[in-house]
Design a protein around this ligand. Structure first.
Ligand code: SAM
Length: 228
């Protein structure tokens, strides 16, 4: 499968079966044990990012681009904390759900600005660019192009998460325990941390903070990189 196909498949998936599955996982209703495990892991990743930004104490001064925002799991609390958030996603359905959730939580008060857009088509400059759990849908060469594009939008900082290519995870992927269930409709790609760091460094960034969430079915490495 080539990378153009990857993007088309991902868009179609998150506008159909993937939308139903992930809206539930990223919600608070009843889900299967596996989905609950993924929900818990993902929430930890979101909480890590929120804790970093809140610790810095300047969240109200930040413009933030949340690329691949999904249903707004990060964008909404960031906006609630006072950041100016520009949230976008390739899936119209995910953006529609994010808008509804934002309306329910925030009303008109400092709502994120939502758009349906491929992250590679985003333009503008933002203090901080964040892209959580999106790169898993793309192979290394495509992920590298995406990281470089996101870096070009970031005035000061880029925060990324990805499924790390470790021996253990590669094995889990091989035996099919990684990303189980219907999400197999899309391919899950692991990325070597050293490769991601190399791309960030080649774009003039250095790693400041890192985190890792591992549950039974959810694995996400989190990196914060700032401009040199
Ligand atoms: C696993 S979800 C993560 C959502 C969100 N970042 C979060 O952590 O809650 C992946 C999201 O990436 C979006 N996505 C995939 N490829 C994208 C692209 N090229 N540009 C923008 N969004 C994309 C999908 O539509 C989906 O909403």
């Amino acid at each position: 499968m080539n990378t153009v196909d990857d993007k088309t498949v991902v868009r179609e998936y998150f506008n159909s079966t993937g939308f139903d599955r992930w809206r539930r996982i990223y919600g608070d209703g009843e889900v299967s044990k596996v989905q609950l495990d993924i929900r818990t892991g993902h929430q930890q990743t979101v909480d890590n990012v929120l804790a970093w930004l809140q610790d810095d104490g300047n969240i109200e001064q930040l413009t933030i681009c949340d690329a691949g925002c999904g249903v707004g799991s990060l964008s909404i609390p960031l906006a609630q904390s006072g950041a100016k958030v520009f949230a976008s996603d390739i899936s119209e359905q995910m953006v529609g759900e994010a808008k509804e959730r934002a309306q329910a939580v925030l009303g008109e008060a400092n709502s994120p600005i939502f758009t349906v857009q491929d992250l590679e088509a985003l333009s503008g400059k933002y203090h901080t660019v964040i892209c959580l759990d999106v790169l898993i849908h793309y192979p290394q060469d495509k992920a590298a192009q995406m990281i470089a594009h996101l870096a070009s939008l970031a005035e000061s900082r880029l925060i990324l998460s990805f499924a790390p290519k470790t021996l253990g995870l590669s094995l889990l992927k091989k035996i099919g325990s990684f990303f189980p269930g219907s999400s197999k409709a899309t391919r899950a790609y692991l990325h070597r941390e050293a490769d991601v760091i190399n791309i960030l460094e080649s774009q003039g960034f250095k790693i400041q903070r890192s985190g890792m969430t591992s549950t039974r079915f959810y694995f996400s490495r989190l990196l914060e990189a700032t401009r040199n």
